[in-house]
Write a protein of this length. Structure first.
Length: 442
């Protein structure tokens, strides 16, 4: 068996004790390192990178995460350097946060990187920023994995206030603020958790102007626990009692945050800007499984198991592997939306050539993510040797077949040429959404 270390990070959350018990059960760690009440989070990151690990993988787990399924089989099998775990978040729906599975060589590389100065991205997300630099240096990528994990359910009000004051600071682009506002539309007025979160967002907007320096933001973040206690006392909010397992067992996932009622499939081939479209869909409230370098997905497609288990967690999929199966997916999910991204043919072919060189060179194939990508390319295009004539013919046939199929069935297909300027004006009406006014994601 592999050696797995657990780094359990707690600031005294209401879920802390239960979260640790569940982690012991479902991770079965060889060694547990507890970092408790370390402020600010940048100090937590510094300390966890000083630990002398003796393991193959480290699972970094926040105490606001309740694991509800066995993760050990996945930990025994994975070879990827970094896996970001999708969770059920009470406030924002399905997203990747709170549980980070990291191979030991990547952890060690993160420990060598000096924290950047005057870097707002580091101030707001220190762990993510150091990991980004380490992945870039090692020429590695990350993958995503959905698990049944509750995030930010059953928390103390003080922690909700702290977290959503910080969330406001992390949402200070027009696009990120829109994403948060979309989620807030589903926050019930009758749930005090949501009321506290709204108060925290308003407080941060007032106290930290958008033009504040990284030093000012850093000081505000460091003082947030004290500010939260003071604000809750001012509002005369009585804190919650200790958490019981019965309360967790009664957790319901009935909010529209987790279900849209329809699936969205992006059926464009590589290099048609599907990632930009995925980002746009997230602003409209959809959680799309993007770029899933996922052996289970490929296995299900090859076995004609088109229910696709990942769709129990997500509103749709954006990956070229599903592109050839639009007819089977339409029959399995007849009320779904399909979006075919296209591009001028010569530009598409040039993009494919550049991608081929970047992902399938001998050096690039040292990355396990790219080795799996090679299998996927063989799976979809029938070759891993760059043949412009063959690839262009595959592209034309795919686009023609998709358009013909949906025209014949009079079903929901949208064709988008994002490179040519297609954006909100085409996408929003197709999905029954109000047309957004700010720039389409780049």
């Amino acid at each position: 068996m592999r050696k797995i270390d657990l780094v359990f990070r707690s600031i005294g959350e209401r879920t802390s004790q239960l979260a640790l018990e569940l982690a012991k059960k479902y991770i079965q760690p060889d060694t547990i390192h507890v970092l408790e009440k370390v402020f600010p989070f940048s100090e937590t990151v510094r300390r966890q990178l000083q630990i002398d690990y003796n393991s193959d993988y480290v699972v970094f787990l926040d105490a606001d995460c309740l694991l509800m399924e066995d993760m050990r089989p996945f930990l025994e099998e994975t070879t990827f350097p970094y896996i970001d775990c999708y969770v059920y978040d009470k406030f924002r729906g399905k997203l990747h946060t709170g549980v980070h599975i990291t191979r030991i060589d990547l952890v060690q590389e993160m420990a060598t990187i000096d924290p950047p100065r005057d870097d707002l991205k580091y101030v707001l997300r220190p762990e993510s920023r150091l990991r980004y630099f380490a992945l870039e240096k090692l020429q590695m990528g990350k993958v995503f994995k959905p698990f049944h994990i509750y995030h930010d359910f059953h928390q103390y009000y003080k922690d909700i206030f702290t977290k959503y004051a910080l969330r406001e600071l992390r949402s200070r682009t027009e696009q990120n603020r829109s994403k948060l506002q979309v989620k807030m539309q589903y926050w019930s007025e009758s749930d005090m958790d949501y009321t506290i979160a709204k108060k925290a967002i308003a407080f941060a907007r007032t106290k930290v102007p958008t033009d504040s320096s990284p030093q000012t933001v850093d000081s505000f973040i460091a003082d947030l626990p004290n500010l939260a206690r003071t604000q809750l006392a001012t509002m005369k909010i009585q804190e919650k009692k200790s958490l019981s397992i019965k309360e967790v067992d009664n957790t319901e996932l009935s909010s529209p945050l987790y279900k849209t009622g329809e699936k969205v499939f992006l059926i464009g081939l590589n290099q048609t800007f599907a990632k930009r479209l995925t980002k746009a869909l997230s602003y409209l409230g959809y959680t799309i499984y993007q770029d899933p370098v996922d052996t289970q997905l490929m296995d299900e497609l090859q076995k004609a198991m088109f229910q696709l288990s990942v769709l129990q967690y997500f509103d749709g999929i954006a990956d070229f592997c599903i592109a050839p199966y639009f007819s089977q997916l339409e029959q399995k999910f007849p009320n779904s939306k399909f979006i075919l991204t296209v591009r001028e043919e010569e530009e598409w072919l040039e993009g494919m050539y550049n991608n081929w060189q970047r992902k399938l060179s001998s050096q690039a194939l040292q990355n396990p993510r790219n080795r799996l990508r090679k299998k996927q390319i063989q799976f979809v295009y029938g070759t891993t040797d760059f043949d412009g004539e063959l690839l262009l013919e595959k592209y034309k046939v795919h686009v023609g077949n998709a358009v013909h199929y949906f025209q014949r069935k009079n079903k929901n297909l949208l064709v988008m040429d994002i490179a040519a300027g297609d954006g909100w004006a085409k996408l929003c009406p197709f999905l029954g959404k109000e047309v957004l006014t700010y720039p389409f994601p780049s």
